[in-house]
Design a binder for this molecule. Structure first.
Ligand SMILES: Cc1cc2nc3c(=O)[nH]c(=O)nc-3n(C[C@H](O)[C@H](O)[C@H](O)COP(=O)(O)O)c2cc1C
Length: 614
């Protein structure tokens, strides 16, 4: 997109600091992400707004990305005095951003008040109130590097619980040459609590530069009260102007004329529908019933919104006259003047110094966040490379054997020495990136949920969403790269093994065929020999079998006769044995009898001798 920027003479407009010395309280339209854009600034300027801020822009993205510059910053000739608000945490980056907008704006403001979690986590916004030295350095750096002395450098802060720290911060900023300080009278934790105007008063009393009071100013009367309470030199309004862009002109509620003006301006600037519709919802908040809101808030096209407005406030029901401006300070709405058509021109390219920051990852706009860093671009290219190689390896008409031949090229064997090391290094790198992506996804998922719950700022929500998207994309990139890397290695291994297997199979098949052939040959030969043998030996065999049979028969007869003989002999021996046995028994008996006779004879012989002796 080309910025809606017109050629302005360099920083020619009135010095915004002069506004603070004109003896009147300066009425300022606050920086509002998504809302304080050119069309809205044009509207509030029509209703007595003295000074307008752009929405907060992340300086690093602005410097780095032409897309961010085109989408985040648009201005035109009538858009003065204009302060461009940046979120920054490095002096040089802020300086580079300031240099880019210097020809088109009247000053820059450093956001030191955004309390949103993502901003604080990235070192932007309200986290800076705890780094007074850094704030001082950033202001001093811009002061020293921007030649135009009329170009203002301001800061917008929240207060500390310990007010002394806020005073210290402001004094340091003052010493470094800050043009004025806007104080939102709440601390970082506070959202809807009452604003500490007493704190703003103390700050004002401690400083010699202009102080702007901010917080809960809804009408011009409120503005006067705050001025009296704090002594502030200016008042800054955000939500009050969203609800009633004509409030600085003294209107208590949005006049229909202002709504009409918004429609004209928004259409002329080509404002996107959501922004166009949201502003109308804010403006009509107090002047429409609940029922009307239900219908109006769900309209989804410019034509339906215009039809609604025509039906409700158009020719049939004339727009009611605006309420009389409250109090004497407000002047009536100026007559609408036709808007000068603006000539589109793109913003200048960042300076060489600015380009140094291009590679820095950081918070940014949706567009900028979607851009890939070098490291992730490399991972994406690597992933596509892997896919291409795997596709080629899987081509059906290239056989594994051919791959084997390709793998056998000497070049690969030389590379194979490094292959394992390279493989492991890439695995480790991808795992580290994968874990980092998981950490980011966790971080931004949590932030996404909490921002959604807080629902303060749609742009911040988009920002977180974009970060979440980016971290998820990185997770997929690293995860798939890791997975395909393993698949690739396995595919190469399998192809090699398959090729080896195929070669072995072919060799075995050949061997089996040869063996089968040989076996067939042997079997045939064997059969032939057998046959020949059978033919020769069949007559003789019969004869010899008969002879053997006869011989055997004879042998049986012979054996039978032998057996008979043996059994006869055995019987004879048995009989003889019995006779001998009987004879021996008779002899034994005879012997016993003789023994007895002998004994008797001896006894009788002994007795005869005894008698003789006597
Ligand atoms: C929709 C919206 C967007 C805002 N965006 C920014 C911003 O970009 N930068 C900033 O410093 N403050 C921003 N603020 C805070 C306001 O500038 C202001 O400090 C705060 O709303 C208190 O003022 P108020 O009571 O007048 O609304 C934003 C506030 C709202 C409601």
């Amino acid at each position: 997109m080309i910025g809606d920027v017109v050629e302005t003479e360099q920083c020619q407009v009135k010095d915004p600091v002069d506004l603070f010395h004109a003896g009147q309280v300066v009425k300022i339209c606050a920086p509002m992400v998504r809302y304080s854009k050119l069309a809205f600034r044009t509207l509030v300027r029509k209703y007595n707004c003295d000074l307008c801020y752009t929405p907060m822009i992340v300086a690093a993205d602005f410097v780095r990305s032409a897309k961010a510059r085109d989408s985040e910053f648009t201005t035109n000739k009538g858009d003065h005095p204009l302060i461009v608000q940046f979120a920054a945490k490095e002096a040089q980056v802020l300086c580079d951003a300031a240099r880019i907008v210097c020809p088109f704006a009247d000053g820059i403001d450093l956001n030191c008040g955004c309390p949103q979690r993502w901003a604080m986590a990235e070192g932007y916004g309200a986290s800076l109130i705890n780094k007074p030295e850094l704030v001082r350095d950033m202001v001093r750096h811009v002061r020293n590097q921007i030649d135009n002395p009329r170009f203002s450098v301001s800061i917008k802060i929240r207060i500390h619980e310990d007010l002394k720290r806020t005073v210290d911060l402001c004094q340091k900023a003052e010493a470094s040459g800050v043009s004025w300080i806007t104080v939102h009278g709440r601390n970082v934790e506070e959202r809807h609590q009452p604003v500490h105007y007493d704190a703003i008063k103390i700050i004002k009393q401690s400083m010699s530069i202009p102080i702007v009071a901010n917080g809960d100013i809804k009408t011009l009367k409120d503005a006067e009260n705050v001025h009296h309470l704090t002594g502030a030199d200016g008042i800054m309004v955000a939500r009050g102007l969203l609800a009633n862009p004509a409030m600085f002109a003294g209107y208590e509620e949005t006049p229909l004329k202002c709504i009409q003006d918004w429609v004209d301006i928004a259409l002329e600037h080509g404002t996107p529908f959501t922004c166009f519709h949201h502003h109308l919802m804010y403006m009509m908040e107090r002047i429409t019933s609940k029922q009307e809101k239900k219908v109006f808030n769900v309209l989804s096209s410019t034509s339906s919104v215009l039809d609604y407005l025509n039906d409700h406030y158009g020719r049939r029901r004339r727009l009611p006259l605006p309420a009389a401006p409250a109090g004497g300070t407000g002047s009536p709405a100026p007559k609408p003047v036709p808007l000068a058509r603006t000539r589109p021109r793109s913003l200048p390219a960042p300076s060489r110094v600015a380009r140094r920051h291009q590679a820095q990852p950081g918070a940014g706009t949706a567009e900028a966040s979607a851009e890939m860093t070098f490291q992730w671009t490399a991972v994406a290219i690597f992933l596509y490379g892997e896919i291409a190689v795997i596709l080629v390896l899987c081509l059906p008409f290239i056989s594994p054997l051919r791959w084997q031949k390709i793998f056998m090229i000497p070049l690969w064997s030389k590379m194979a020495i490094f292959w394992n090391k390279a493989f492991l290094t890439i695995i480790v790198l991808l795992i580290v990136l994968f874990l980092d992506a998981i950490r980011e996804v966790k971080k931004y998922s949590a932030a996404h949920v909490s921002e959604k719950a807080v629902n303060v700022n749609t742009n911040a929500f988009d920002h977180i969403q974009m970060k979440l998207f980016r971290s998820q994309r990185n997770l997929y990139l690293s995860g798939f790269s890791l997975f395909l890397w393993l698949v690739l290695r396995r595919t190469v291994t399998l192809l090699t093994q398959l090729a080896k297997g195929m070669a072995t199979q072919a060799a075995l098949e050949l061997q089996v065929n040869n063996t089968t052939e040989a076996a067939k040959k042997y079997i045939t030969e064997n059969e032939m020999l057998q046959q020949a043998l059978n033919e020769k030996g069949s007559g003789k065999k019969k004869e010899s079998a008969e002879a053997t049979d006869e011989k055997l028969k004879k042998e049986i007869v012979h054996l039978k006769a032998e057996l008979q003989k043996t059994s006869d002999a055995h019987l004879k021996v048995t009989n003889e044995l019995t006779a001998v046995k009987k004879q021996s028994e008779g002899l034994k008996r005879e012997y016993d009898r003789l023994m007895k006779e002998h004994e008797q004879l001896q006894n009788s012989l002994g007795e005869a001798e005894d008698k003789k002796d006597l």
